[in-house]
Design a protein around this ligand. Sequence first.
Ligand SMILES: Cc1ncc(COP(=O)(O)O)c(C=O)c1O
Length: 400
Amino acid sequence: MAFLADHLKRIKPSATMAVTDKARALKAAGRDVIGLGAGEPDFDTPDNIKQAAIKAILDGKTAKYTAVEGMAELKAAVVRKFKRENQLDYKPSQIIVGTGGKQVLYNGLMATLNPGDEVIIPAPYWVSYPDMVALAGGEPVIVEGRMQDGFKIKPEALERAITPKTKWIIFNSPSNPTGAAYTRDELKAITAVLARHPQVWVMSDDIYEHLVYDDFTFYSPAQIEPSLYERTLTVNGVSKTYCMTGWRIGYAGGPEPLIKAMAMIQSQSTSNPVAVSQYAALEALDGPQDFIPKHNKIFKERRDLCVSMLNQANGLKCPKPEGAFYVYPSCAGTIGKTAPGKKLATDEDFVTELLEAEGVAVVQGTPFGMGPAFRISYAIKTEDLEEACRRIQRFCGNLK
Ligand SMILES: Cc1ncc(COP(=O)(O)O)c(C=O)c1O
């Protein structure tokens, strides 16, 4: 009898972690490596947030368990956030706070999926979605957003993918890995399809909400199509906007019975999210927001820089996305060419040879559900990004 559980066979280790590990090993061996793999802002957590956490510790507020689903003050701040920024009305009983958006998404799936339930996932997708669905016993159903459509799915394709077994769609705009974000009209077309299929619930992962550029306006599905409110879990968190990936706080608003079920899972697995982080998140949501446009100005400059430089590289094609801190260039034009000593057959070959030859770490596209392509995170110092893009240009230029 095998000791490890069968459901482990349905999942695989994260490809983003694998490339980060490989880059770390090369760096440790003394190589000059520029990592474009990390899915987190390079900026530090703002000072007011750090101070709020320190004060909570010194005031003795963080020694004890809090309510499993998050402390009342933080849930009240989340209610205000949803009202202020998304025009969504939730009561505190409709809010759950968890250990990162990741745990909230996972608990949502664990609370609802039965064997055979289908979950629609637009591709390219965040690597964790299909594995989370599989671990929770469901079946991922992939709908492709094509590059020529800005990596956004078409309403007709969504309609075709819906079956009586469809329980959820996981919707992520702006997207990891492409940065694509749906405009109001594009989202309206998608929500119009969903409105016609009452068995389909919407898990909206809005974690990159604030990271949008060129006057783009973000909308959440339940905001655009109020009839979806009763079957939408609106997920968000402080990791990306507030540079708090290490603090591990995410949250969601949704129908009370679903939130209760998720809280029950949390109560029997991790209990409350870390108390000191909850105080920090409270300050993040209620405190000054003025650093966000400052960060976005820098992110936009970096996006423009790398889109322009990558489009000058032989064999690469890089669309300009609306948000997040990722670009997702196609490397189809390099496949079949030869890097020193190796013919490139896949995007994995491309990223492996790029790392070997030029010390630039990116993540191959195939694990995100669409290749040959790769993901670049431009959340690194602008000079390093520019140097990395120069090296990518040189690598592509040297392919035979
Ligand atoms: C699309 C998406 N959703 C959710 C998360 C989870 O973030 P966290 O668990 O830090 O809140 C990430 C992190 O990379 C992400 O890219």
